[in-house]
Every structure is written in C-alpha cells, then in structure tokens.
Design a protein around this ligand. Structure first.
Ligand code: C2E
Ligand code: CA
Ligand code: CA
Length: 395
C-alpha cells in the first residue's frame, strides 16, 4: 500500500517540487501551505504515515504544529526542515522527542534531495522508529521480576572501558539483562522501570553487585586491577542506607571500594539534589568512585556539578554518535572534556562506534572510551576470548 506523506511548507513552489519528487519515490504526497490546515486534516486523518515539516512558517510555526501533534498523541514519522541554523533544528528535535513524537531526521535548507531520499529509503517500510531493545517486553509483573531475582533469571553482560592513550583496559561496566522463560533475553529498559515502581531496585542492585564481584575478581589477573562500574538507579540514591549496604556487600567479598565505580545519571542527581548530595558524599567518603552518567542531558549547572563529589564524567552517547558529522555536537563534547578535566574528573566517552570518532576523541584528550567499535557488552564467558583477541584501535 502507498504510504501517505504530508508536506507542510509555506513556500508553494518548494512544496510542489517535494510532492513530485516523493510521488516518484512511491509515496502519496499531500501538500499544505499552512500548519493549521495540516493539523485540522490530521485530526480527521490520523492514518497519515509521514510528515515533512518546515519550522519557519508565518502563521502557525513548525514548533506549534509539533505541540499540537503531541497533544494528539500522533503516531507519524516526522522529518524537520529549517532555514535556521542547526541549533534551532536541534532544539526543535529535542522538544519533539521529549514530547514522544517520532522524529526520523532533521534537514537544513536548502534541501538536498538525495539526502531526503536517503532518509526514506533507509526506513523499514511502514515502520516507525522504536526504542531499541523494547520489542517483546510484554506485560511484566512484580511477581515475575521477584521470581527472576530469586531464581537467577537475571544475567550480567560486561562492556570494557578502554584507556585511550595507553590502550589498556580501565574497567568493565556491568549491564543487567533478564533471561525471561517465555520472552527471551530482555533489555534493562524493559524491567528497570518496573523494578523502580515495585521497589525492587534495592534487591536488583544487590544481586548485580554480588554477581559481578564474584564473577570478575579472583579469576584472572587482568580483572583484579580494573574497576567494576555498576549502574545505580535514580531511586536507589534516595535511600539513605545505600552507602552502608553497598559497603557491607563488598566487604563481605573482600573488595576494596576503590575498585568500584557507581554510575548515576545526571538527571537522577538533579531530581533529588539534597538527598542525593548526602548519599553521594557518604559513598565517596567510603571510597567508591562516582560517575555522572549521560552527562549533557540533565541540565546540571556548573555549581551543582562542583558540589557533588564525582570522580568521572561520562558524556552522553547522543553527542558521541553525532560528533563525526555535527560541529555543534563536537563542540559540546570538547567542552565536556575540558570541564571534566578542569574539575579533576576522568572523562569517558560512551557510544564510540568507529575509528573516526575514536580519533577525534583522542585528539581532544578524552581519557576513556567505551562503545561497539571496541567491544559490545558480552557475557562473562566471552570476556576471556575478547581479552585474548581484541585489537584495540590504532591512533
Ligand atoms: P547506560 O548506563 O547509559 O548504558 C549504556 C547503554 O548503551 C547500554 O545499553 C549499552 O549496551 C549501550 N551502548 C554502549 N556502547 C554503545 C555503542 O557504541 N553504540 C550503541 N548503539 N549503544 C551502546 P543497555 O545494556 O541496553 O542498558 C540500557 C540502560 O539500562 C543503561 O544505560 C542503564 O541506565 C540501565 N541499566 C543497565 N544495567 C543496569 C543495572 O544493573 N541497574 C540499573 N539501575 N540500571 C541498569
Ligand atoms: Ca552507565
Ligand atoms: Ca550512559
């Protein structure tokens, strides 16, 4: 069946040109000169598949159209187009994804047709982008998750963190999965929110820490000198007993807290700043390293960043993915590296997927890199093989 595509642009000539071109690509295009006319049409025809939306329009601008679509819970693949500079496109794109709209791409004017064609030809037919790994999450219950924790249905995968200059293993991030008896291997995104809602994160973190320590330490000399990085959920850093609980857990296994890094997302810290400040300071005093994860997405100010005793700054992968092609993302990454270093933190880039990105980060003086280019997260039994065969990037 032909895909329905709406084109909203106040320049009729460009609109017509786009219609002709997209019709040749097998779409059924509909042109709207005004945002309001499109919104009215969409209310009556929510089965439209795609939208090419100009941001700068005199009557109802593109951002307002996006807001209306969000109110309507629109399920439509959107390509944003703008004559403004890239930062406006970024802001609009961010607004749209925070409103749960499905943005396929954003393009600067003048539109290059091959680029536009490429966006649509790389889409699986009639599909919308979905959260990776969310397929097949199914309806999960508290009972099932409790059973998974009790009966060891959870699995750990490890992803190496690599010291860029020395090309050495610096640490391992521990990432949890659930081997569900019917649904297969589930991503943490499927069940961490449930664990938080049902107050099971404490038990889950305990299981993760104990399992990681017993798998990694004492089995291979390479692992004894590296740090284990564990993700701590936002809810856990509101639990005042967390520092004592974690210390007890690792003391029982004779592990020095210096060997453990706790990764906490920037947004989690900012949400509960007062409580988290207390807990994070005590964790640091007990010797744990603290990493601020997904940095750049949580709106922390310099002052706040300085008040929390972080030892590591982990730049959000969205900037790392984009830095190869996008000068603004590159500038953000460079500033994060400078800021982290000035504040005496180790800087980590997550989501390194190719040599070009590795080289750029290396030039900028980033300390540690992590990503599919060097190693994907893997089960424990594959780590030995990876250590033997890994050829770390050249630079
Ligand atoms: P995160 O802490 O930001 O972890 C990084 C995620 O990015 C991981 O996804 C990892 O597989 C993925 N990743 C790493 N390098 C690359 C790359 O080069 N390219 C791409 N495309 N992806 C890359 P994963 O394992 O699905 O974990 C998702 C999130 O779930 C984690 O984000 C973390 O917030 C949470 N999580 C994982 N394990 C735990 C846990 O034990 N406890 C808690 N509370 N949260 C966890
Ligand atoms: Ca992490
Ligand atoms: Ca991250």
């Amino acid at each position: 069946m032909e895909q329905l595509l709406a084109i909203v642009d106040d320049e009729p000539e460009l609109g017509r040109l786009l219609c002709d071109m997209m019709a040749k690509e097998g779409f059924q295009p509909l042109y709207f000169e005004k945002g309001s006319a499109f919104v009215e049409y969409y209310r009556r025809h929510p089965d439209l598949n795609f939208l090419i939306l100009d941001l700068l329009m005199p009557e109802m601008d593109g951002v307002e159209v996006l807001r209306k679509l969000a109110e309507l819970d629109a399920d439509i693949g959107i390509v944003l187009v703008s004559g403004y500079d890239e930062s406006v496109l970024h802001a609009a794109r961010r607004f749209a994804s925070e409103s749960c709209l499905n943005i396929l791409a954003s393009l600067c004017k003048p539109i290059r047709f091959p680029e536009l064609k490429q966006i649509f030809s790389s889409l699986p037919v009639s599909t919308m982008e979905k959260e990776p790994g969310m397929d097949g999450c199914g309806e999960l219950s508290r009972l099932e998750l409790q059973r998974a924790i009790d009966n060891s249905e959870l699995r750990l995968h490890y992803q190496p963190k690599i010291r860029m200059r020395k090309k050495q293993l610096a640490g391992m991030e521990v990432l949890v999965r659930w081997q569900h008896p019917h649904l297969g291997l589930l991503s943490p995104k499927c069940f961490i929110p449930l664990a938080e809602k049902e107050h099971l994160v404490g038990q889950l973190t305990e299981w993760v820490v104990c399992q990681a320590v017993s798998q990694l330490y004492g089995c291979r000399a390479e692992f004894d000198s590296v740090t284990i990085a564990v993700n701590v959920s936002p809810q856990a850093i509101t639990d005042l007993s967390l520092p004592e609980q974690l210390t007890l857990m690792i003391q029982e296994r004779q592990l020095n807290p210096l060997r453990m890094t706790l990764e906490i997302t920037e947004s989690a810290v900012m949400e509960e700043l007062t409580t988290s400040l207390d807990i994070l300071t005590r964790l640091r005093m007990k010797g744990f390293s603290l990493s601020i994860d997904d940095f750049g997405t949580g709106y922390s100010s310099m002052v706040q960043l300085h008040r929390v005793p972080f030892t590591e700054l982990k730049i959000d992968q969205s900037f790392i993915f984009a830095m190869k092609e996008d000068a603004e993302a590159r500038a953000i990454v460079e500033s994060c590296i400078l800021l982290g270093k000035k504040l005496g933190m180790t800087v980590v880039a997550e989501g390194v997927e190719d040599q070009v990105t590795w080289d750029l980060l290396d030039e900028m003086g980033c300390d540690i890199a992590q990503g599919f280019f060097m190693a994907k997260p893997m089960p424990f039994h594959q780590l030995n093989n990876w250590l033997k065969n890994s050829r770390l990037p050249a630079s």
